[in-house]
Ligand binder design. Structure first.
Ligand code: UGA
Length: 445
């Protein structure tokens, strides 16, 4: 496919920015990626990815080689050298659930100072509705209306762990614009994509992003409550989810019950959307409940551990899986953070294992002799333990040699927060097994 090359500046090389920059370069565009973190920029220039994301590092290196992708900490250079500027900086949560937009505001002012002609400024970071209007006002105010600009909203829907695939093959692209020129430029940029492209106004695009994430989080909290009902009635959550999901209006995805959602998006976005609704005087308590249900998953998991182990103090427990989901090293808002903290408070000794997230976890929970140890393999982590807890459904856990594992453990108890195993198989193998929303297997009274 013949692709017109565009010159693009991406400001912010976090998850969204780095994937956006690399993938737009891969599609034939010339991309300048900017970050104020000089040491990160140096690593990226050497082709070293700052995050673990399948397939990203290879693409990054390929595009560095052909010079379609360059990294700089000089934001002014990036702005001057491009027609389209994507804002991909962080929008972290505030303590009241609102969104800290200081980085977006700061970048808007820098754009105003560096602008040297018409620019299309596109917000890609997840932001509260009306942020695009504020960006436009800020740029106009600080450059004294000296240059014509357009502002657009182009929310990103990629998931960590499959970010490159999601970016390249999205279900849809959403473009919120105010002018025909901005619309044409973005449609041209997204020409290679074979998916519906929805062109809307700015506020609609912004709300689509928050509404989508909140809806998915709601689906997860909903199925988690159904899991509780299943546990009390002997029904099976897997079959219930399948029976519901086969209705195309519901859909099968995001109906996996477990210990709740984590990550840098759902927890933050649900709170932010709740806050926006409050500010707009719209009663959206449904969202508060979504968040509360999610928080209570940690309590119910800890109760489950106590139900199996009685007193935790002095017992050794293996924790398999620390990242907030598989295929990422990200532990932000991961259920493991709360669970590990609570188990330590209860006096348990923990053996932790994760294929990718160990280094990040060590920064929050440093190893501590006799209390908290990290291991390089599940077998080592599970040797001599009184229970194994599964907190993330990494593929390799599905393939564990359970017979061997049982021999290594002191007492054969598995508490599975992600429904990795089948209760009947576990019964056959002689484990005590505690899944979520499914039949528990108890062998000892
Ligand atoms: C989420 C959205 O899925 C993306 O579309 C969006 O672009 C992104 O946020 C963002 O706003 O940047 P992500 O946070 O990477 O993506 O991860 P998800 O795959 O959505 O998983 C979120 C959490 O929900 C994980 O902790 C996962 O374990 C949990 N989850 C997911 C469940 O507990 N059950 C499910 O059925 C699905």
């Amino acid at each position: 496919m013949e692709i017109d090359s565009q010159r693009i500046c991406i400001i912010g090389t976090g998850y969204v920015g780095l994937v956006t920059a690399t993938c737009f370069a891969e599609l034939g565009n010339h991309v300048i990626a900017v970050d104020k973190d000089r040491s990160k920029i140096e690593k990226l220039r050497d082709g070293v990815c700052s995050i673990y994301e399948p397939g990203l590092e290879e693409l990054l290196q390929d595009n560095l080689k052909v010079k379609r992708l360059i990294f700089t900490d000089d934001v002014s250079y990036g702005i001057k050298g491009s027609q389209i500027i994507f804002i991909c900086v962080g929008t972290p949560p505030l303590s009241d659930g609102g969104t800290d937009l200081s980085q977006v505001e700061g970048v808007s002012r820098v754009i105003a100072e560096s602008i040297n002609g018409y620019k299309l400024v596109v917000e890609k970071s997840t932001v509260p509705v009306k942020t695009a209007q504020w960006i436009k006002r800020t740029i106009s105010l600080y450059n004294g209306n000296s240059q014509k600009i357009d502002v657009a909203s182009n929310p990103e829907f990629l998931k960590e762990g499959s970010a490159v695939e999601d970016f390249m093959h999205p279900d849809r692209v959403v473009i919120g614009v105010e002018s025909e020129k901005a619309k044409e430029m973005l449609l041209d940029l997204y020409k290679p994509f074979n998916c519906p492209i929805l062109v809307t106004d700015l506020s609609t695009a912004e709300i689509i992003k928050h509404a989508s994430n909140s809806f998915l989080a709601m689906k997860i909290s909903f199925i988690n409550m159904i899991a509780d009902l299943c546990e009390r009635t002997g029904a099976d959550i897997k079959m219930v989810a399948r029976g519901m999901g086969l209705d195309r209006r519901i859909g099968e995805e995001f109906l996996d019950a477990g210990i709740g959602y984590g990550g840098s998006c759902f927890p933050k976005d649900v709170k932010a959307f709740t806050r926006i609704a409050e500010e707009l005087k719209v009663n959206f308590n449904l969202l508060k409940e979504v968040d509360d249900i999610n928080k209570r998953r940690i309590d119910s998991f800890i109760s489950r551990v106590k139900e199996a182990l009685w007193v935790l103090s002095g017992k050794t427990v293996a924790v398999l899986g620390l990242s907030f989901k598989p295929n990422t090293d990200d532990i932000r808002e991961a259920p493991s953070m709360g669970i590990v903290g609570r188990l330590l408070e209860e006096g348990a000794r923990l053996n932790l294992y994760d294929p990718k997230a160990t280094d990040n976890m060590k920064e929050v929970f440093p190893p501590c002799e006799g209390r908290l140890s990290y291991f390089n393999s599940p077998s080592w982590a599970c040797s001599g333990v009184e229970a194994v807890l599964i907190l993330t459904e990494w593929n390799e856990f599905y393939e564990l040699d359970l017979r061997k594992l049982k021999k290594l453990m002191k007492t054969p108890i598995i508490i599975d927060g992600r429904n990795v195993f089948n209760p009947d198989d576990m019964e056959g193998l002689g484990f005590e097994y505690y899944p979520v929303g499914r039949k528990s297997v108890r062998n000892y009274y």
